[in-house]
Design a protein around this ligand. Structure first.
Ligand code: FAD
Length: 386
C-alpha cells in the first residue's frame, strides 16, 4: 500500500482533517494531526451542519462511524422555517412529514460542530492529535518535510495534507491562486441560554433552523444542542472586516443592525441585545472555479484549504469529508502504484466536483441576497418531498 511505513502529517483538525486521519488509521497508516486549538476542550463555535447522504454521511459510513453518529445527531434540528424580514413564516418543515431514514438520500441529519468533532476525535488512536500546533511553515530537509509551529516545536513527515481551512497557510505552497471576495459579508454570533436571552426567536426556531429573507439581506439561525442559537446575517458590502464600530460592544452592534437592516422587524433585535454575545465579521470568499495546479507526490490539500466557498449551499463540511474519503481511497485502495498519480487523480476529481458545487453556491449567494430572495427560496422548497 502507498505510504506504508511513511509518516503522514495532517495540518488542521477540522471535519476534513479528522475524517482523513480516521480513514487512514483504519488502514494501519501512521498519521498525526497538528491542530492549532490548545486542547480538545476548546468550544467549537459556528452554525450547525446537515450531513448529506452522498458526501458527509458517505464518509462517516466508510469510517464505520454512522452508528455512533446516530446516537449524537439532533433529530428534528434540520427542520427549516422560512420567514420574511418581519418574522412571518412562509414555509414550515415542522408542519410536514419528517424523514428519519438514513437510507433516504433526502434525509440530511443535523449535528453541532462540537459533537461532530468529538465523534471523530474519539475514533482516533490516542495521541493522534497534537494540540497547540499552530502551523507556521514547512521546508524540505533531505527527503522529509519539516513542519514548524508557533510554539517553537517542529515535526517531521514524509507526506503532508493541508486541512487547515479557509486561511490555509499551506495553500500558497501548492497554488498561487487566491480566494476572491463573494460580495457578501456575514456577522456571526452565538447566544447562549437562548430561552432566556432570545426567547421570541428561540420559540420561532422551535429547535430547528430559520432562513429569513428581506430587502436583499438574509439571517440564518440554528438552534444548538447546548441551548444556544447560532446565527449569521448576510448582506452586500465592499470588502472589509471593519464595520466602523466596536464589534465587542453589543449596543453598537444593535445600532449597526438597526441601520443596516432598517426594514427588518424589531423581533430580530434579540440577536444583538445580550452583552455576552461575541460577534465575528466574516467577509465570505471563494476559491476560483477554474483552479489547476501541478500535483506533487508528497503534499496536497482538501476541504476549505483547497476550495473555500460561501456557506449558501451547506456543502463545505460535506465536501471536506468527501475529499477525505476520496483521498483515503486513492492512497489505500490498491489502484495506484505510485503516490504522484494517486494525488493527481484525487486533485482532479476534487477540483472538478468542488467547482460544480461552488458554481451552485455562488448562484445561491447571489439570488439569496437579491430582492427576489424570499420568492426564490419558496420556489426551491416547493417540490421538497419531505
Ligand atoms: C457562517 C458559516 C456557516 C457555514 N455553514 C455551513 C453549513 O451549514 N454546512 C456546511 O457543510 N458547511 C458550512 N460552512 C462551511 C464549513 O464550515 C467549512 O466548509 C468546513 O468547516 C471546512 O472543513 P475543513 O475541515 O476543510 O476546515 P475547517 O473546519 O475550517 O477546519 C480547519 C481546522 O484547521 C485548524 N487550523 C487552521 N489554521 C491552522 C494552523 N495554522 N495550524 C494548525 N491548525 C490550523 C483550525 O483550527 C480548524 O480546526 C459554513 C461556514 C461559515 C463561515
Amino acid at each position: 500500500m502507498l505510504l506504508q511505513g511513511k509518516k503522514i502529517a495532517i495540518v488542521g483538525g477540522g471535519p476534513g482533517g479528522l475524517t482523513l486521519a480516521r480513514l487512514l488509521q483504519m488502514k494501519g497508516l501512521d498519521v498525526s494531526v497538528y491542530e492549532r486549538d490548545l486542547n480538545r476542550q476548546v468550544r467549537v463555535q459556528g452554525a450547525t451542519l446537515d450531513l448529506h447522504y452522498e458526501s458527509g454521511l458517505k464518509a462517516l459510513r466508510q469510517a464505520n462511524l454512522l452508528d455512533l453518529f446516530k446516537e449524537v445527531y439532533r433529530p428534528g434540528a434540520d427542520r427549516i422555517r422560512v420567514t420574511d424580514e418581519h418574522g412571518i413564516v412562509y414555509f414550515d418543515q415542522h408542519a410536514q412529514h419528517y424523514l428519519t431514514d438514513f437510507d433516504d438520500p433526502w434525509f440530511r441529519p443535523e449535528i453541532d460542530r462540537g459533537p461532530l468533532r468529538e465523534l471523530l476525535l474519539d475514533s482516533l488512536e490516542p495521541g493522534t492529535v497534537v494540540w497547540d500546533s499552530n502551523f507556521e511553515g514547512l521546508y524540505k530537509h533531505e527527503d522529509k518535510w519539516v513542519l514548524n509551529f508557533k510554539n517553537g516545536s517542529s515535526a517531521e513527515a514524509d507526506f503532508v495534507i493541508a486541512a487547515d481551512g479557509a486561511n490555509s497557510k499551506i495553500r500558497p505552497l501548492i497554488t498561487d491562486q487566491k480566494p476572491f471576495y463573494s460580495g457578501i459579508t456575514v456577522v456571526e454570533g452565538n447566544i447562549y441560554h437562548a430561552d432566556d436571552n432570545a426567547p421570541v426567536l428561540a420559540k420561532l426556531l422551535n429547535g430547528g433552523k430559520i432562513f429569513a429573507f428581506g430587502d436583499s439581506k438574509t439571517i440564518i439561525l440554528s438552534s444548538k444542542g447546548d441551548g444556544s442559537i447560532s446565527f449569521y446575517t448576510g448582506f452586500s458590502i465592499e470588502e472589509t472586516k471593519d464595520l466602523g464600530i466596536d464589534v465587542t460592544d453589543h449596543l453598537q452592534m444593535l445600532q449597526w443592525f438597526k441601520k443596516e437592516y432598517d426594514h427588518w422587524d424589531p423581533v430580530w433585535y434579540e440577536l444583538f441585545v445580550h452583552p455576552a454575545t461575541i460577534f465575528t465579521v466574516r467577509p465570505l470568499y471563494c476559491m476560483p472555479l477554474n483552479q489547476i495546479w501541478t500535483g506533487r507526490s508528497d503534499l496536497t490539500m482538501l476541504g476549505d484549504a483547497a476550495h473555500l466557498m460561501p456557506p449558501y449551499a451547506g456543502e463545505g463540511v460535506n465536501m471536506a469529508m468527501l475529499d477525505a474519503l476520496e483521498l483515503s481511497e486513492v492512497l489505500t485502495g490498491g489502484i495506484f502504484t505510485e503516490t504522484l498519480s494517486a494525488i493527481q487523480y484525487f486533485e482532479n476529481q476534487m477540483l472538478e466536483r468542488s467547482a460544480q458545487i461552488a458554481e451552485i453556491t455562488l448562484d445561491n449567494t447571489s439570488w439569496m441576497h437579491s430582492p427576489d430572495g424570499l420568492k426564490k427560496i419558496l420556489e426551491l422548497f416547493a417540490p421538497d418531498k419531505s
